[in-house]
Design a binder for this molecule. Structure first.
Ligand code: B16
Ligand code: MG
Length: 211
């Protein structure tokens, strides 16, 4: 039975992927690249700088480092404008029930996200107070599939990796959890992920006592 649950953010708790998509699309337009949802899929769980590098590669563009920083920060400004429109309770199906259940059952709740905007998003949607530990893009050196983010989360809540369960919507996150020796439940409506221990369409399908 899991003693701690480590949540990915984007695609598991909140639907911010659509905001990332809009902001990247707007940025790509600046260099005449038509960024589509197919490419956006490949950016799930990928850090901001790695995402920009991929888009530049797809667009066949080379830009110097300072310009890259400028582009990433412009994208983030646009992204945050969309995040600011989020409201209390703007979370994916099953999120509030699961967090409430876990709290009542005295399980540790941690965040393991690549995002540098994680705390703002948890605040805006009203779920920040549930978390015992927040490990995000500001704390982690090596992005998923490196297990660092989940190992740090487990350490911070004081639970052995094997007694944690990870909830993820990206393949890189699943690999990170496996390498961390943690069971992982894929949140994967579209059946595109592999190598997980269990799969759900969304958090409303999770009976955490099973893990
Ligand atoms: P930011 P997750 C990831 O969140 C997103 O899936 C990915 O698309 C994004 O580029 C990354 O966070 C970084 O986000 O620009 O806010 O730092 O799924 O790891 O919670
Ligand atoms: Mg995700």
């Amino acid at each position: 039975e899991a003693t701690a649950v480590i949540f990915d953010l984007d695609g598991v708790l909140v639907d911010t992927a659509v905001f990332h998509y809009q902001a990247w699309k707007q940025l790509a337009k600046q260099f005449d690249f038509d960024f589509t949802e197919v490419e956006n899929e490949q950016l799930k769980g990928v850090s901001r700088v790695d995402s920009l590098n991929l888009i530049l590669k797809w667009a066949n563009r080379e830009v110097p480092a300072p310009k890259k920083e400028q582009l990433a920060s412009l994208k983030n400004t646009w992204y945050l404008e969309l995040v600011e429109k989020m409201k209390y309770g703007d979370v994916l199906p099953g999120t509030l029930d699961l967090l409430t259940y876990l709290k009542a059952a005295d399980k540790k709740i941690a965040l393991g996200s690549a995002s540098k905007n994680a705390i703002r998003i948890l605040e805006k949607t009203g779920i920040l107070h549930y978390f015992d530990a927040i490990i995000d893009g500001n704390v982690v050196k090596n992005s998923k599939p490196d297990p660092e983010v989940f190992l740090k989360a487990a350490a911070e809540v004081g639970i052995m990796p094997a007694a944690c369960v990870v909830l993820e919507d990206a393949q890189a996150g699943i690999e990170a959890a496996r390498t961390a020796n943690m069971p992982v439940i894929a949140v994967d409506k579209s059946h595109v992920l592999t190598n997980y221990n269990a799969r759900v369409n969304d958090l409303s399908e999770i009976l955490i006592s099973d893990y």
